[in-house]
Write a protein that binds this ligand. Structure first.
Ligand code: SF4
Ligand code: SF4
Length: 93
């Protein structure tokens, strides 16, 4: 059995110094979420579940919006949408 290392012995990991509003990470994405606004019931599940806080609700137009500068294409929103209003589409290469 290997001996456990202390935190001082573990190699330093990557760290972003700015929150994601200032640090655009969307270019990592290979798939992008596309919303069918006719199917969307504005339930906000995708807003809650997005790990990058890349979905916001726009009350002026009563729609959700994916912020592609920050969306990493993980697909969690598409998985969690109860009415399957989000489809993951491959980014153009
Ligand atoms: S694909 Fe992932 S990062 Fe992008 S909006 Fe959906 S949950 Fe958020
Ligand atoms: S989870 Fe689906 S139905 Fe709910 S707000 Fe998001 S896209 Fe619309």
């Amino acid at each position: 059995m290997s001996e456990e290392k202390s935190w001082r012995e573990i190699p330093m990991g990557g760290l972003t110094w700015l929150h994601s509003v200032e640090y655009k990470t969307g270019e990592w994405r290979s798939f992008r979420p596309v919303v069918d606004h006719d199917k969307c019931t504005r339930c906000m599940q995708c807003v809650i579940y997005c790990p990058d806080i890349a979905i916001k609700y726009k009350p002026d137009v009563n729609m959700i919006e994916i912020i592609l500068d920050h969306c990493k294409g993980c697909g969690v929103c598409a998985e969690e949408c109860p009415v399957h209003a989000i489809t993951m589409v491959k980014e153009k290469e």
